[in-house]
Design a protein around this ligand. Sequence first.
Ligand code: PMP
Ligand code: GLU
Length: 416
Amino acid sequence: MELSRRVRSLPASSTLAVLARARALRDRGADVLAFAAGEPDFVTPEPICDAAIEALKAGLTHYAPVPGDPDARAAIAEKLSTENAIPGVTGDHVVITTGGKHALYLALQCLLDPAAPGADPPEALLPTPAWVSYAPQIRLAGGKVVEVPTSAETGFVMTPDDLLAAVTPRTRVLIFNSPSNPCGVTYTPAQVEALADAIAHAAESTAPGLVVLADEIYEKLIFAGAEHRSLGSFAPIAQRVVTVGGLSKAYAMTGWRVGYLAGSGEPGARLAAAVARMQSQTTTSLPAFIYPAIRVALMDCAADVEAMRAAFEARARIIHGRIRAMPGLVCPEPTGAFYVFPDVSAHFGKVSAGGTRIETPLDFAEALLEEHLVACVPGEDFLGAGRRCVRLSFACSEEQIHAGMDRLEAFLAGLR
Ligand code: PMP
Ligand code: GLU
C-alpha cells in the first residue's frame, strides 16, 4: 500500500507521543512522574456531565446540525460578544468542532491553497516556540511556515516590529496564541493592542488578505496578575480575526472534544459557512448529546473554572520558584496556560550520571525519563528557541511538583 506524500512527511504529535510513553511506563509499574500532559488533572464539573447524560437518556442520539446545535452556537456567540468584546459575532459566525485542534485544521484548509506549479506557496506566520500541531497543519493545507522567533530572555513575546519584519505580500495567515502553549506567556492588553495596530498596518500596506487565527483556548487559565484581551475585540481588524477556543482546558474536558471558531461580520460568516461545508464532508458534527453540556459549561460553571484556575496559579508559583533556583535553567514566570518552558541549553555538552551525552532537548528529556522517571516534552517540535527548551506541564498535584523538581535537581546535580 502506497501512502500519500502528504502523510509520509507528517510527524505524529510529539506531545501526545510523550503522554502515551509516560502512560505505558506507568502501566508497567514504573513510578513515573509525568509533566507531559497538556491536559488538566481535574475531572469535568458534575453539572456538565449531568447535562450530557440527561441528553443521552432523552434520546439526543441522532445526527445534529453540521455547525452545531443552534442553542450552543448562540451561547458561544453570546460569550464572545460580551465576555471577549468581539463585535459582529452571532450564532451564524460560530462553528463547533471536534476540539480546538480541528477548528484550526478546518480554518487553515479554508484559508490556504497549495501553490500552483511554479508559484510561491502562501505564507503563514508562526511566532515560535509554538504548539506542535500548528506547523504540520499549515503544511497539510499547502502553506509555508514562516517563523517569527521569540526567546526566553524577552519573555517569549512577539513585538509589532518582529511581526512587521516577517510580513510579505504572500502572507495569508498569522497564528497568535495567548496564553501560549508551550511558553506560558499571556500577552498584556497593551501588547495585544500594539499587535492589533501592526496587523492593521500590515494589511493596509503589504498583505491585504491577512487573516489572524487567534487561539485563545487557555484564555481563562491566567495568573500572576495577567489580563486576557482578545485580538478580535479591536474593531479595525475584527473582521480579519478568527477566534478559536474550546472547553478542553478551562473546563477539564479534553476527552469530550469540544472546540469552536468564530469570525466577525460578513467575512467571518463566509468563513464559518466554508468551515461548516468542510465539516459536512468530514466529521459531520459533535455527538448530539454533547451540545446541551456546552451551554451548561459556559453559563453555569464559572465557580468551577475559578477553583481550577486558582489551583493552577498556586502550582505555577511553586514550579517556577523551584526551577528558577536550579543552576543553568532560564525560565520566564508563567502567566497563563499550565506550562513552564525552561531553556536548558546551558547543560548541553555535559554527560548525565547514567552516561548519556546531552546535546539536545530530546537527549535531556530522554535521560531525565530513563534515569529519574520524570516525563517532560522535548522542545524541538515547538520550533525556534524550543530547540533549547523542555516543556513541563504543571497540570498535576503540588506534591508531584515537589517530588518531580527534587528529581530534576538530582538529575542536574549529576551532570558532568
Ligand atoms: N491550541 C493549543 C495552544 C493547545 O495547546 C491545544 C491542546 N491540545 C489545542 C489548541 C487543542 O485542544 P483541543 O483539541 O483539545 O480542543
Ligand atoms: N495541547 C496539549 C499539549 O500540548 C494536548 C496534546 C496535543 O493535542 O498536542 O500537550
